[in-house]
Design a protein around this ligand. Structure first.
Ligand code: MG
Length: 388
């Protein structure tokens, strides 16, 4: 057995009931990335960790799939139990077939895990069977009953327990199997200690705070905002008129006396926005992602191109703040369709409509658009990306 083999178990079985309705907190996004995906990335990218396992809540498999995307591959996904303890035990039993020597058990709702915390925990496991990150208690502690203060509680020697919590794998598995406590433990250190093991406290991290209440999300966004940078991308596209009875503009079929010629559906509006988005992540242009020489894109719905560009932005942890499109032509008239175009682009990008602008102009009958030989469009996209 490889003495250094370390596994990680993310406990994501909570329903997030304290947040009150909606999507469970571990699947909500912070800085454009689902909370659990951030926890996963932090563990998976640590050089000592060989596999990340997940315990998922009943009926949340689809949410998990969507949150992890295509590139994050858990080693195992196990259905959770009725309590946190049962969920952890189920996850440990699933890992037991290919046991690591050490395991980190982490709450999905703690997205900001620095590698230094993992390093401290693993180092501490050389001295004891368990180790957890802790923070000192800085506030005065006092009992309160129905809003009336009672006695103060001495805070000497008190710390706040965080996760991930690290254990020798065999030790924590046996401790969970043999749990006999009367009350439900709120973390795994309690289970290990109940079985007689020593658990060490190492320095935690303020960034590791659990996202529990609505306000915690605002704080997390603000912290991340300090490490996000704004990018602006531009896009420009032209298509010539050809015979036909409609043009595709922003995903809508607009009746016209001519059509636009092109390999795909020739939607100049969506092409310009797609290029603007690709510009924000410096990832080539629409032609490099969807070459006109590729028969797959013949007559293609340009909404596919736009959504692909948006998915590339999302994969970088980017947030699309705004897109602004200008359509340049003498005809057809854009005004009557402007609102529907905004709605369609907003729908394709999953943005509120207030973050999508569609404008139109003529070129006063000058140039190729003025001579009604074709249409042009230009777009700007504003995106926030994590600082590289
Ligand atoms: Mg084009």
């Amino acid at each position: 057995m490889d003495e250094n083999k370390v596994g990680a178990l993310i406990v994501a079985a909570g329903s997030g009931s304290r947040m009150g309705g909606g999507v469970p907190k571990q699947y909500r996004k912070v800085g454009g990335v689902p909370v659990i995906a951030r926890a996963f990335d932090a563990l998976a990218s640590h050089p000592a960790i060989h596999g990340v396992h997940i315990v998922v809540g009943a009926g949340q498999e689809g949410l998990l799939d969507e949150a992890l995307g295509e590139d994050r591959r858990p080693a195992t996904i196990t259905p959770g139990g009725a309590t946190r303890r049962e969920s952890v035990k189920a996850g440990l039993e699933a890992i037991a077939a290919l046991p690591p020597t050490r395991v980190l058990i982490h709450d999905a709702a703690r997205p900001f895990l620095h590698a230094a915390v993992v390093d401290r925990l693993l180092a501490a496991l050389d001295e004891a069977d368990g180790a957890i990150p802790t923070l000192p208690v800085v506030d005065t502690l006092v009992r309160a009953d129905d809003g009336v203060l009672g006695d103060n509680v001495a805070r000497d020697g008190l710390v706040r327990a965080q996760t991930p919590q690290a254990f020798r794998f065999d030790t924590i598995l046996a401790a969970h199997r043999g749990w006999f406590g009367d009350s439900e433990p709120t973390d795994d250190a309690q289970v290990a200690r109940a079985a007689g093991h020593t658990v060490l406290a190492v320095s935690g991290d303020i960034m590791l705070e659990k996202l529990t209440h609505e306000a915690d999300f605002a704080v997390a966004e603000a912290r991340l905002g300090a490490v996000m940078t704004s990018r602006t991308g531009m896009g420009y596209d032209v298509h010539a008129f050809a015979e036909g009875d409609h043009v595709m503009l922003c995903g809508l079929k607009i009746p016209h006396t001519q059509a636009l010629a092109g390999h795909s559906d020739a939607d100049v509006g969506l092409h310009a926005i797609t290029d603007a988005l690709l510009g924000t992540i410096a990832d080539g242009d629409i032609g490099s992602h969807f070459p006109p020489s590729d028969p797959r894109w013949k007559g293609a719905d340009s909404g596919t191109f736009l959504q692909h560009a948006a998915s590339l932005v999302a994969a970088r942890g980017g947030i699309i703040d705004h897109v602004d499109l200008t359509i340049i032509c003498e005809a057809p008239k854009v005004g009557p369709h402007r609102q529907a175009m905004r709605e369609r682009v907003a729908e394709l990008l999953a943005l509120p409509i207030g973050r999508v602008s569609v404008k139109a102009t003529t070129t006063e009958r000058l140039g190729f658009t003025g001579r009604r030989e074709g249409m042009a469009a230009q777009a700007a996209a504003s995106v926030r990306l994590p600082v590289e």
